[in-house]
Design a protein around this ligand. Structure first.
Ligand SMILES: Nc1nc2c(ncn2[C@@H]2O[C@H](COP(=O)(O)OP(=O)(O)OP(=O)(O)O)[C@@H](O)[C@H]2O)c(=O)[nH]1
Ligand SMILES: [Mg+2]
Length: 323
């Protein structure tokens, strides 16, 4: 087993949802490891071609500029790695959960909604503005996916140091969330349209307490939902919308994705170094070779395999040198 397979096994043991289990199982079976070792193999080959040119250029069997042939291949590999990296958040969402933050002014009904979603009495609900201070988080299984829902302190201007710290935490939770549910008390806003002001693309506006007041909003306002935590009206629809959003952040069939920050950091180093090698057309070949070596080392750290000395093997198998 390589390191990613061991990590996959550990994730499998800890998995709470079907999506986590599926991803962890694939990783434990070596899906991610074989993707990376395939890349490592290509890099070893490229480096061997460069080294052959450097070390054995006086041999007849090695044509000049043999290394030129590898750069288009390395460019293609680089594109593939970048595409893989751009999907990293998806892999992390499956493993660590899709984050939803409940944000809004005090008394908007955030804690009531949390309790309705969790179907139990998790957070304190009261008609006193500023009830919630700390972030209250519940872990839910929605359609086989792990979802972390965070109830936060109501946002308003305040003099109270503790409430201010709570508000800071609310804003941070909103920033880190994959979906922000912006709650507005329907009995406290003028019109539905007025309430949509300042709603960002990864957020959804919820007009709460629909049992007390039903606001009219046009068909254009598809990002607005009317809910009541008290009667449960609109909650099904909200759940459907949440599933939709998760679906947009779901891995494709058989898609192997980085699942940990560790993978992402090494992949970034690998891409940065390989890029320097590929675009450095005017650099001495020794320098480009060194960048490739750094890239291969970073990649090798993900799987735990850095096969440095395979180079000679590749050179001897491809060229008739030293015989
Ligand atoms: N009628 C009705 N009342 C609701 C509903 N949701 C919440 N409330 C009431 O609104 C008040 C505030 O609810 P909370 O859930 O504590 O509001 P909050 O947004 O968490 O408020 P803070 O923690 O102070 O930021 C409470 O008295 C709730 O009972 C609803 O759907 N219908
Ligand atoms: Mg609250």
């Amino acid at each position: 087993m390589d390191l990613t397979a061991v990590e996959g096994l550990s994730d499998l043991i800890r998995a709470e949802t079907e999506a986590q289990r599926k991803q962890a199982m694939g990783q434990a079976e070596g899906v991610l490891g074989s993707l990376y070792s395939g890349w490592a193999h290509k890099m070893t080959h490229a480096r061997a071609m460069v080294e052959a040119e450097l070390d054995f250029s006086d041999e007849d069997d090695i044509p000049g500029a043999v290394s030129d042939r590898i750069w288009p291949e390395m460019q293609a590999l680089l594109d593939e790695m970048k595409q893989h990296l751009s999907r990293a958040r998806v892999g992390e969402i499956v493993r660590d959960g899709f984050r939803i933050a409940l944000i809004g002014p005090p008394n908007a009904g955030k804690s009531s909604l949390l309790n309705a979603l969790a179907q139990r009495d998790v957070a304190i609900v009261s008609d006193i503005a500023g009830t919630t201070r700390d972030i209250v988080e519940v872990r839910l299984d929605i359609g086989g996916h792990l979802v972390l829902v965070q109830d936060t302190a109501g946002i308003r201007s305040s003099e109270d140091q503790i409430e201010l710290e709570g508000i800071r935490r609310s804003l941070r939770a909103a920033e880190e969330a994959d979906l922000v549910l912006e709650l507005r008390d329907a009995t406290a806003v003028d019109t539905a349209v007025g309430a949509t002001a300042g709603v960002s693309p990864n957020s959804l506006l919820l007009l709460t307490k629909s049992d007390l007041r039903q606001l009219e909003f046009g068909t254009t306002a598809s990002e607005v939902l009317s809910i009541s935590a008290k009667t449960g009206s609109g909650i099904d629809f909200l759940m459907k919308e949440i599933k939709n959003r998760i679906g947009q952040n779901h891995p494709g069939a058989g898609e192997a994705l980085p699942t940990r920050d560790r993978h992402v950091q090494y992949l970034k180093t690998c891409v940065a170094e390989a890029e320097k090698a590929v675009i450095g057309r005017n650099l001495p070949i020794e320098v480009r070779s060194e960048y490739l070596r750094n890239a291969a080392t970073a990649l090798g750290r993900i799987t735990g395999k850095v096969d440095v000395e395979d180079l000679l093997g590749v050179i001897f198998s491809e060229f008739c040198v030293g015989k």
